[in-house]
Design a protein around this ligand. Structure first.
Ligand SMILES: [Zn+2]
Length: 133
């Protein structure tokens, strides 16, 4: 697991404060938007039980609670399109939207992964990223 992957999971598991964790990810000297975006997209889709279109009540709850203004392009796209299409659109946005996109994706993963940990993984699991010290 890379330091970035560990940081994302620590944020999800409340082992790092959300705002501080996102700031660390964005200010990382090795920050690479495409890589971080791909990691977060995989993490989100892996954490959602519905593999047909990845739309679930928890996903909907996640996008409606992202801590950003709902008028931002990033949020409007997430609220308008189904998950797979929305994420394909987000990766194409101008650089000025990247920070908002990362904040949104980390938030979505935090919610969907927490749901998974509280359900599927409740009685212990073999996901090494759920078993951080
Ligand atoms: Zn697990």
């Amino acid at each position: 697991m890379t330091l970035t992957e560990k940081a994302i999971n620590k944020i999800s598991q409340d082992k790092i404060d959300f705002n501080l964790g996102v700031k660390l990810l964005l200010e990382d000297k090795a920050f690479n938007f495409d890589e971080l975006f791909a990691t977060l997209r995989d993490y989100i889709f892996n954490s959602i039980p519905n593999k047909t279109d990845y739309n679930s009540e928890t996903y909907q709850n996640a996008i409606s609670t992202i801590p950003l203004k709902s008028t931002y392009t990033t949020i409007a796209i997430l609220q308008t399109y189904p998950p797979k299409i929305a994420l394909n659109k987000l990766v194409e946005l101008p650089k000025s939207e990247r920070e908002k996109t990362i904040i949104s994706l980390v938030w979505i993963f935090k919610i969907t992964d927490t749901e998974r940990r509280n359900t599927e993984c409740k009685n212990g699991c073999e996901h090494y990223w759920h078993n951080l010290d």
